[in-house]
Design a protein around this ligand. Structure first.
Ligand code: 5AD
Ligand code: SF4
Length: 471
């Protein structure tokens, strides 16, 4: 058994290697005739990791199951970013226990992802959740099949979590959710250590993939019909810093754009690492989409400092204005935390002030949630739950007003959409995303799926647009 250790996770090792050969497809096909169910929590990185989990499971014969009751293995790919992510996973584990106790006693239950990297979580699983069959950390995901096989052979609860980052393993099989839009990892981990954030501990130090491997992957995706790729990282703007002296995200964006793939996206951006050169590359290349997710977190310089965000409100606004003025039809969204320890009403009003200045296209807003072993968890919480909820509510009202306004500006325009699937709302319609990442429910038939088409916007809502396909 290997358990996580948060003190070890704090250290930076920086000796990861790129491995092209260490992942070997297990030849025993121990999943033949069996079914899997994978549930994903959290960010896009996790969504893509789940595509790797599925790729590995299918490589040994497992097939997808639509429901848990008829599955042989259920894997939860977890998120640790806030307490409510924990609660959802532990709640679902209760459901799985019931299924194991009643209808499906042979069901294997496994936990992967960021929660697997947390010492407290693993200790709790060892004490209270003995029916969890295996735990596999983020740093050794490539070893998942061996962990499952060992569980099957020994029938012991199998826990394998490394506290330090593993190597970059390039050839893990992937089964992608979409045939048109693909995730492409460019950098793993994070070295920013924002004081509230658990990611630098659960995902380790920042490690960039080699540019050749990324560009190769994009070329192959394009050849197999993909229209859009999204470059992924906790902080994509730090790309290259750990392995190159003179090659950064701006260079990578240019090279990826030059592959000729229709659409290039990237998430998530950190304002501190976002250079003017990057803004220029986004502005100058038509296939780099004008959508930027640029987390603000707080508008108060005092709180930004306590958060260790490394920029001021003024720096943020300068970058924001530069993007808005250079990138045509840009849309910018953000993340904001309210109720950080020490946040006063004045600090919160500074945040509202930035929101009023920026008029974001959208914002993900959160109440501060202390995370195990992070510096902010040791700070004295000064904002009551009630005040946090009140600020969240007030913030959301302002945020929604601006996202509505931004959507309204698109009314009657003809825009390009990549149609990705049938609409969730109305199965007689399809849906897709505009270049600036607005979801559109489109009147049009399913032959449009997978194509980039012109759509006339006919109505706008808070979180989506309606449109009609035009030739
Ligand atoms: N509490 C609340 N929100 C958090 N986030 C990260 N850590 C915390 C925390 N401890 C938010 C940040 C980040 C987003 C992914 O989640 O806004 O950008
Ligand atoms: Fe967390 Fe900050 Fe890194 Fe984002 S940049 S993953 S918020 S530490």
């Amino acid at each position: 058994m290997k358990k996580p250790n948060m003190n070890e996770a704090r250290k930076r090792h920086n000796n990861s290697e790129v491995k092209y050969t260490s992942y070997s497809v297990n030849t025993t096909k121990f999943g033949k005739g069996k079914k899997y169910y994978v549930r994903t929590y959290g960010c896009q990185m996790n969504e893509h990791d789940s595509e790797k989990i599925v790729g590995m499971l299918e490589s040994v014969g497992y097939k997808k199951s639509e429901d848990i009751e008829s599955s042989d293995i259920v894997i939860l790919n977890t998120c640790a970013i806030r307490e409510n992510a924990h609660d959802k996973v532990f709640g679902f584990l209760g459901v799985l226990k019931h299924i194991k106790d009643t209808t499906n006693p042979n069901l294997l239950v496994g936990i992967c992802g960021c929660m697997a990297q947390e010492e407290v979580v693993v200790n709790e699983i060892l004490k209270k959740y003995r029916y969890v069959d295996f735990v596999c950390g983020t740093h050794n995901l490539d070893n998942l099949l061996n962990i499952i096989e060992s569980k099957i052979q020994t029938n012991n609860q199998t826990i394998e979590v490394l506290s330090y980052e593993g190597d970059i393993v390039e050839n893990i099989p992937v089964v992608r959710e979409s045939k048109y839009s693909a995730w492409v990892d460019i950098i793993y981990g994070c070295d920013k250590f924002c004081t509230y954030c658990i990611v630098p501990y659960t995902r380790g130090s920042q490690r960039s993939r080699k540019k050749e491997d990324i560009i190769d992957e994009v070329k192959k995706l394009k050849e197999s019909g993909y229209k859009e790729i999204t470059l992924l990282g906790q902080n994509v703007n730090a790309y290259g810093k750990d392995i190159y002296d003179d090659y950064n995200l701006a260079n990578l964006l240019k090279d990826v754009s030059a592959t000729g793939i229709d659409r290039v996206r990237f998430v998530t951006s950190h304002p501190w690492d976002f250079t003017e050169e990057m803004v220029d590359v986004i502005a100058e290349n038509d296939n780099i989409m004008p959508y930027i997710h640029l987390p603000l977190q707080s508008g108060s310089n005092r709180i930004l400092k306590l958060m260790n965000r490394r920029y001021t409100k003024e720096d943020y606004l300068k970058l924001y204005d530069s993007i808005r003025s250079k990138v045509k039809n840009s849309s910018i969204t953000t993340d904001i935390i309210v109720g950080f320890p020490g946040e006063s009403e004045e600090d919160f009003e500074e945040t509202l002030d930035v929101v009023n200045k920026c008029k974001f296209d959208g914002a993900f807003t959160f109440a501060f949630s202390p995370r195990e072993n992070t510096p902010a968890a040791l700070m004295k919480e000064t904002v009551s739950e009630e005040v946090k909820m009140d600020r969240l509510h007030r913030l959301n009202e302002v945020v929604n007003k601006y996202s509505n306004e931004a959507n309204k500006k698109m009314n009657n325009k003809i825009v390009k959409c990549l149609v990705t699937s049938l609409s969730d709302k109305d199965k007689n319609k399809v849906c897709g995303y505009t270049e600036n990442m607005k979801l559109v429910n489109i009147e049009g038939d399913k032959s449009l799926i997978g194509k980039i088409v012109n759509v006339k916007i006919t109505d706008t809502k808070s979180f989506s647009l309606d449109g009609i396909y035009v030739k």
